[in-house]
Design a protein around this ligand. Sequence first.
Ligand SMILES: [Zn+2]
Length: 372
Amino acid sequence: MIRAHTIRLNPTPEQANLFRQAAGTARFCYNWGLRAIKDALDQGMPVPTHRALRDTFKRIRAVAYPWTFQVGKSAIDGAFVNLGRAVKNFLDSRSGRRKGKKVGFPAFKSRRRGYGSFYVANDRFSVDGHTLKAQKIGTVNMTEPLRFVGKILGATIRYQAGWWRISIQVEVAHTPPTHTGPAIGVDLGITSLAVTSEGAVFENQKHLKRALATVKRLQRSVSRKVKGSANRRKAVVKLAKAHFRVACQRKDGLHKLTTALVRHASLVGIEDLNVAGMLRNHRLAQAIADGAWAELRRQLEYKAPAFGSRVIAIGRFVASSKTCNHCGHVNDDLTLAMREWACSNPDCRLLLDRDLNAARNIRDEALRLASA
Ligand SMILES: [Zn+2]
């Protein structure tokens, strides 16, 4: 399986310059190819493939763009691969072959949106402890060693929130272990991040709220500064760093939760929530966004195979929170404000935490689907 590790780099000023140059060349190639595709579409011609575009570019560049020889070959190749993927995503989305949110036609990349990124092929660099050795760039210090052992497939170097980072893709050898853990259900909560059918409660992160307050303050600070001024530029960098911090904290909390779940349980049942639909309910919006359900599911699904665990999403029409886990009685009057499940079946009268009752229903439904 393929894993990626993102590591912050400490380049020298000269190396940072080379990074900017490579990212700039990659952006130029991407835009050059996109322009050619747009022209072809405008003239009703067939859309050229990214390989054809790359070959054309390489034929003319000695004369037309000699400066592109200053950067490594893979930055240019990678730009055309990215373009090909963007166009494919757009076409597949339009034809319905790609599910989910509609993907728009690729946009030109702008220098205003940061320095950008570039690709480095695996034969162009190597890593050794805290050192990255890359052709045309030299040895660059990495803030941590590569976490994964395996065949390195390639890397992307990207400028983000004031730092250059490298994301290294590694093919990790993998024999799925046999998981002997129990089956659990997870109710993604509103007051807490998640409750499992075994009663484990994972709290929403409080520090995330604090970090969000910082983002709001910096946002105001940016809008008070004169457009185009040096002070505004500085404030924008600060804001970008704060945003990045929030994103990292959010992901970190979810990583701990999802790893704990798939390590413990051989079967993890979760609700297939319509997050987009629920976000429209404004009162819940912040809590749901904080909990980042979609990200949680993504993490669970990619981590589960590594532990030999399995994730099953149950339909959101299964009334997990309105059904009694003990007797199956359905209580339609349950409101969000009621935190306890008090079964209204006079023969049952089960009294249980609402989320725990839901988590047990999710577990049972997942077990049913797993054996079906
Ligand atoms: Zn009951």
